[in-house]
Design a protein around this ligand. Structure first.
Ligand SMILES: [Zn+2]
Length: 189
């Protein structure tokens, strides 16, 4: 849920807003005052899986966003990335594992923006439902890597899950390498 460029082009403002809201935490902590789950004393940082807005990390980086991913997902991503590299496509991720409080922060931001948990959940799952919190989802950072995964990811078990999130992938293919039908958005399941 972190691909600013594509989000902007889709006018899908919720995530831009949610993540833009993260930036002041690094700079001044000023945004934290309105978010009860993230106090000034406990700003979001790498230990939460937080990757600054506009940033991305490599699958080989030693950061919690990567190292706390489910081992099977990391392995599948690694194998897919090796194959994609042969086509000069590099995998980087804009979000991977997230702490519960980071996910809750994003959800709270979305609720504030959209006015209801129902509407927010189309874009950001509550902390108790997000696959990111379990290390079972990644948001791919670049369009070429997303395109590659949409075409070939199922061979590695990797599937796009939500029609409105072309960047979000989970290990979801069945034994025959078939991905489930796309869900409309995060509120669908
Ligand atoms: Zn995601």
């Amino acid at each position: 849920m972190r691909l600013r460029t594509i989000l902007a082009s889709l006018a899908a403002g919720i995530l831009i807003t949610a993540l833009a809201g993260c930036t002041p935490l690094d700079a001044q902590g000023s945004a934290a005052a309105s978010v009860p789950h993230v106090s000034d004393a406990g700003r979001l940082g790498p230990q939460d899986g937080y990757i600054p807005t506009g940033g991305s990390v490599a699958l080989t980086d030693d950061v919690p966003a990567v190292t706390r991913l489910d081992g099977r997902l990391r392995d599948a991503l690694g194998r897919a990335a090796a194959a994609a590299a042969e086509r000069h496509v590099a995998f980087t991720i804009a979000d991977g594992w997230r702490s519960t409080r980071y996910q809750q922060y994003l959800f709270d931001q979305a609720v504030a923006q959209y006015g209801s948990a129902q509407e927010a959940s189309r874009w950001v799952k509550p902390a108790d439902q997000s696959k990111h919190v379990h290390g079972a989802a990644v948001d791919i950072a670049t369009a070429d890597a997303m395109d590659w995964l949409v075409r070939f990811g199922a061979e590695y078990g990797l599937c796009q899950i939500y029609a409105n999130e072309s960047w979000h992938f989970e290990l979801a293919a069945d034994a025959s390498g078939t991905c489930p039908a796309l869900l409309t958005d995060g509120s669908a399941g």
